[in-house]
Design a protein around this ligand. Sequence first.
Ligand SMILES: [Zn+2]
Length: 442
Amino acid sequence: MLIYNANIITFDPQNSFIEHGAILVRNGLIEEIGTGSLLAKKYGEEEKYDARQRFILPGMIIPHFHIYSALARGIPVNGEPSENFLQILQKFWWRLDKKLTPEDIRFSAYVALIDSIKSGTTTLFDHHAGPGSVAGSLDILAAVFAEMGLRGCLSYEVSDRDGEKIARAGIAENIRFAEKCARQPSPSIAALFGLHASFTLSDETLRACREAADGLNLGFHFHLAEGKTDRRETKRKYGCRSPVQRLKKLGILRDHSIAAHAIDVDEKERRILKECGVTVVHNPQSNMNNGVGFADVTKMIDAGLMVGLGTDGMTTNLFREIQAAALLPKHEKRDPRAGGEWLKKIVTGNHARIASDIFQISLGRLQPGVCADLIFVKYDPPTPLYGDNFWQHLLFGFANSTVESTMAGGKFLMKDGEILVCDEEKILAGAREKAKKLWARL
Ligand SMILES: [Zn+2]
């Protein structure tokens, strides 16, 4: 298919913007990209799709997300509001996740993935919790990803907080799912070994996780230093004042691993994360929402760390998270110069590297040979847009623009605002029913 009459933002630093561009998509991949006049001459016989001047960008990638939070929006919260992060977990999330049934998990996935398609996100790294329905939960998620045509890297968060039996079930679920992914490789589904966080995992459980992951050559996906709680509770429960050093000692910090947050880390700990090849994912809106503090990404970048931008389940709209990530350091440091170039590098470069590494295919850029995960944004720039200034438009214009069409692997999942891969109305009605029953069980 030749997609023509498009303004293309490629995320390729050599050729960042193509006005009146065209993309040739074949077998799920971008085969050629260039000016419309050139490609029209070469591929006159090809099936054509008129992009009507929409801006085409790579599908967004969210490297830390929680699908299981999808049915929590608007939930009535009784009693005194939580005073701190640990209370938010104990009084809210750890009560909710226990009550999730397999059907709740399935509907959460539909809700999150419909939202993703509409916001232009085509790849999610999900971190799942559901201690009441552990076995098979990652298959439920994977089936919805396959049905909806999006890419998902899935993991189950092992924790000792619900007792030994559930911790063991979590380990087994990660192993089972990773083995299945290895047996049936797919360009759309990948696995990481999920762990909650140092402060809810005993040495014994972490050793069992490491042994299991060693056998599968698997990276971990976990929360790290999400505010001061992790250090304080790790010290209180396990006698170690550095979650980073503890996880290193127990063999958890390794290549292909994702640590979400890393707020309360010092210079030495950042160095350890870098040496161990761990990717850190920054989630500014979630950090603000939980009042857990400020993750200094500039220091992470200076330490040479690979950094991604996640949303922690707050939103599937990465454009909104990008805005938050741009503003937060300026506010925090009372310095309008704070933040800067790293954010563009994270979104337009690091995300492609992180996702391509885990899925073992090329993702996140519009270049020949890369998967055709494309989004079509209706954006009429009120000022000139050329070359590198696309980033300022992306920062201040795209979050308020409409993603009209979304394609993954060369297949349209949404066209002109209509979701093609499911009956959206029916699913949302079903989700409301599930949410009502879930809330009643709490
Ligand atoms: Zn998280």
